[in-house]
Design a protein around this ligand. Sequence first.
Ligand code: CTP
Length: 397
Amino acid sequence: MLTNKCIIVGITGGIAAYKIPDLVSKLVKAGADVHVIMTESATHFITPLTLRTISRNPVTTQMFETSGPWDVRHISLADRADLIVVTPATANIIGKVRGGLADDILSTTIMASQAPVIFAPAMNVHMYENSIVQDNIRSLKAYGYHFIEPDSGRLACGYEGKGRLPDVEVIYDNIASFFSTSQDLTDRTFLITAGPTREFIDPIRFITNRSTGKMGYALASAAKQRGARVILVSGPVNIPVPDGVTFIPVQSAGEMFQAVKENYQSADVIIKTAAVADYTPKSTSKTKLKKGDDGLTLELDRTQDILRYLGENKEDRVLVGFAAETDNLIENAQKKIQNKNLDLIVANDVTVPGAGFGADTNIVKFLYRDGHIEEMDKMSKGDVAHCILDRVINLNR
Ligand code: CTP
């Protein structure tokens, strides 16, 4: 997908600059021709030598250096670029581009280029939330510039809040999606479930699990990019809803079942990524339960197995399930294919580092009804999503 694409990676002065060699390395491995431009401030956080070595190309830091007698660097790069990614993007570079300023090699290259530009902002939470910065972002979006939302969490400056550079895998997926032009799902409707469910014990306590929704959201976003109509039914998660999908937020397994029942008939393909609770409290207290001196025994009922229901009612729809296991992966996943009448199951061993809950990568096996198994390498969840869609197309022909 990225082979021979000319990508300019612009690094500005933020502590998250230390993550960028990893991003550049992934882009180079994927076949991209990566040219790094660093602002003066960025060079205080990381050296041009590191990026030159990893990108295997000269790194530009100065406005007035030339790479050859007839070559004006910011014009030659600006013309060749298929995409410019500014990461980490400080409030300063965002403000400069919004204001049309071109006073260093990076801002000048952005101004001089017709390539699409993605900003991945990273900064102190108060800076990010500053109305001027937000106004600049809104305005740049209106001009057609793209943004990757920062993550929330503990920031290098010691504050908690929004402003962390997203993981390199997420930035990589955003870049890869720019070049995935294939619109092979335009006439299909996908119903995708994602995230955990919450089974309430009382108004403030619930039973849940470690699912973060990343795999389901990656699938929704990949299917949307490839032209599908996407209905995303999701338990509570902390990631933005992909643009253009029909979003149905739910909390409990019961609500998820209801939403699925109301929507599955319009779908050609159903992918059940959600980690649905298998048990729910027999009763939910309307008021907060008060503790006593003794232990507490909770009585739980089985929830509806939504996937099994779909298996019984699927007709000619393609039905894909997930199996997150800690042992006997293949055997357990094979049972689920048969019991739930699936066309494909995506199985992963959640005890392996880089697979499963919360990770940005996954290591999966595809198991088919006829017993055939495909073992995949470790990939970003975005790449896993595209691999699943590639297989679904073949099953849905
Ligand atoms: N699933 C569902 N409804 C449930 C439980 C699970 O639709 N009430 C779906 C999940 O979305 C996933 C697959 O079933 O696609 C997981 O299979 P499941 O057998 O439920 O796995 P576990 O919950 O891990 O169960 P087990 O204890 O049998 O391993």
